[in-house]
Design a protein around this ligand. Sequence first.
Ligand code: ATP
Ligand code: MG
Length: 432
Amino acid sequence: MTDQDVSDFTNFNFDDFGMDTELDEELHAASEGSQFAGVSLAVVDSDQAVRDYLGSLFDGRVDAAGSLVEIETRLGLAPIVIVLGPSCADSESLAIIEGWTRVHSNVGTVLVTAELSTELLQRALRVGIKDVLSAPIDQEALIQTVTRIADGLVSTSPQSAGPAPVPTAGDGQELGQVLTVFSTKGGSGKSVTATNLGVVMAQRTDRPVVLIDGHLQFGDVAVMLKLQPQHTVMDAISQIDNADASMLQALMTVHEPSGLLVLPAPVEPTFADQVSGAQMAHLVEIIRTFAGHVIVDLPAIFNEVVLSIIEISDEIVLVAGLDIPNIKNVKIGLSTLSLLNVPTEKLHLVLNRADSKVKLDVAEVERTLRVAAVAHVPSDVVVPISVNKGSPVVLSATKSGVARAFEQLALRFIDGATASGSASSGRRKFFG
Ligand SMILES: Nc1ncnc2c1ncn2[C@@H]1O[C@H](COP(=O)(O)OP(=O)(O)OP(=O)(O)O)[C@@H](O)[C@H]1O
Ligand SMILES: [Mg+2]
């Protein structure tokens, strides 16, 4: 790093830190025992200014080392989380860290870098670094990341009486349910449905619930949940061949109000072309090894990615607005899904904006489509308000009919009371 780089890195937002009392309390709680209990914390960077800066983000309650070699004597003893500064991003350092990862299961690392490229992220995750954060360094995000890594170390430590380990493939957990939210017309309410379902499911179930924004070009799940993600689906896809459950978890952003884990759409719409259906399906398959439910929000188009996801879905929520073009497209969509041999039991029609103010009669629509909807979501101004606020109606307008409709819909999938599940009250026929 040049002097200018160091000063860019260390000066950013520095003055903001230490002013936030809520954050200060969180930090003290973290360092004084609860969250980092039994786990040491260290920062490593060759530059003293960077070390001091990183140490200050933890209120100075960390050990500091000028090189990886210097910290090596500490490894293999108690669990330790090491915050690696930008000087640890060169090939030689990454090779050393790879060696640590192979030998020590109780060492967790996070790399903090001035600038993050996809290539660096890939290399870092491949050598076993749990997460990479780039400047401007958000103190809260860094603390959360370190806490998560520390919790993971505690839970996998043999002597630990800490929290239960995150279930992964092969530990006897069932594969999670894959629930796709799809429609044949843009703007019908898929993302609103997916985000509300995700929040309810995350609140009401014990295993992790993951929401993937599969609208790779123009996904807006992150905006609807007011998230500022560090990573996107693209980061996961770019290293999908080496990905495992813990690597993918590190790329997800937590929706704090509900605990929902989110993998948002790429920021650049052009990336969408580089993703294959097989890669997306593989991503979902890995995620379902640790998540109880994987919700995928899709675009209103039948492309390779969409078809691959539909193929591996356990349940498909088909969202339709209540107007003639929507109904016409739902009919076409249903025929297409039938041609693709998607079992009718997997399909669940949701009529959005279905209330008396709409000119179309719901019963008439259901007769035309030869299917009964599993949910009628009313049209309500609380929805656009919630979208603009970045807080789904199930959190921000809990008493509204829309929130109640989404809650009931989510419960169908949580309880397995879907048309394909055991508690179905009479199977609904989609075709013929
Ligand atoms: N029940 C509702 N009542 C009122 N407005 C709604 C309702 N459902 C959705 N909307 C509005 O419709 C807009 C589109 O919804 P949403 O983004 O969920 O659609 P989408 O199907 O995901 O669109 P796209 O195909 O572009 O991904 C939202 O901004 C929201 O404000
Ligand atoms: Mg959408």
